[in-house]
Design a protein around this ligand. Sequence first.
Ligand code: SAH
Length: 303
Amino acid sequence: MKLKPMPIINPTPALPPALPSCCAPPSSSSLRRCFLSGFFSSFSSSPFSSPCSSCSSFEKLPRPCPWFYSFPRMEHFWTRGSVDKNKALVEQLKQYGVIRSKNVAEVMETIDRGLFVPDGSPAYTDSPMPIGYNATISAPHMHATCLELLEEHLQPGMHALDVGSGTGYLTACFAMMVGPQGRAVGVEHIPELVASSTENVKRSAASSLLNEGSLSLLVADGRQGWPERAPYDAIHVGAAAPEIPQPLLDQLKPGGRMVIPVGNYFQDLQVVDKKLDGSISIQSETSVRYVPLTSRASQLQGF
Ligand code: SAH
């Protein structure tokens, strides 16, 4: 099938002062970057008025580089049922190099994103979606990125903590990866989101893990982690912390890894490794824009 280039719909008017780095000739890595920045930026022409981000930004981000527009939009592939659409989304993320491992591809195919977005949202578009309470479900490429970064720490039998579990999508992926002998704990401070995420998981392929108790979704302040199931091989934080909360560092197992957005306005997705001797190393993976990891009251007041 030959696909037509995507027309420019309502582009952001002002060009950034310098061309973004993704405007270099498209090597495979720059294509990947371009894909990401394009979709980050695609929110500026999104039908959604509220948050955008990689993730969950509230800003218009710079206009995507021209290469972005020469790619077909994912929606052009959608003609069949939701399972096929989810599969096609995963296929696209694989093609662009965002998904590299078999495990991540499998889990994202198994956990249908369509079951986790609010009714009427375009589930298989690579952008974040509002889920109410000033929160968002992260974009598929961010879910994939975090799963890839954590993959080695999500092996069968391992323990995983998902702070700011929102829709429960990533907690469900974690639970599938660590399996019935492992533990996946989602902590979310908005009780209504915990209730709706529980319903989402019940409809998904992770339902039996919820019933058996290896997957739990809990109402709590995620800045304190969840000590009952600690230490964790993998910790994912789905909201940006001004600095890495000490309880989360304490609950990370030696040899374990945490992925956490850190910062206020400017944020970095940080990869925190706890070595076997207990020392910590931190690397910045990419710039991101997530909703803040904050108190429930601040979030409900709009931060
Ligand atoms: N990763 C999730 C949600 C991301 S949005 C998904 O993709 O569905 C970030 C989430 O963090 C929101 O649901 C928000 O309510 C939650 N959150 C923010 N601060 C928190 C805190 N202190 N404790 C627990 N959850 C928090």
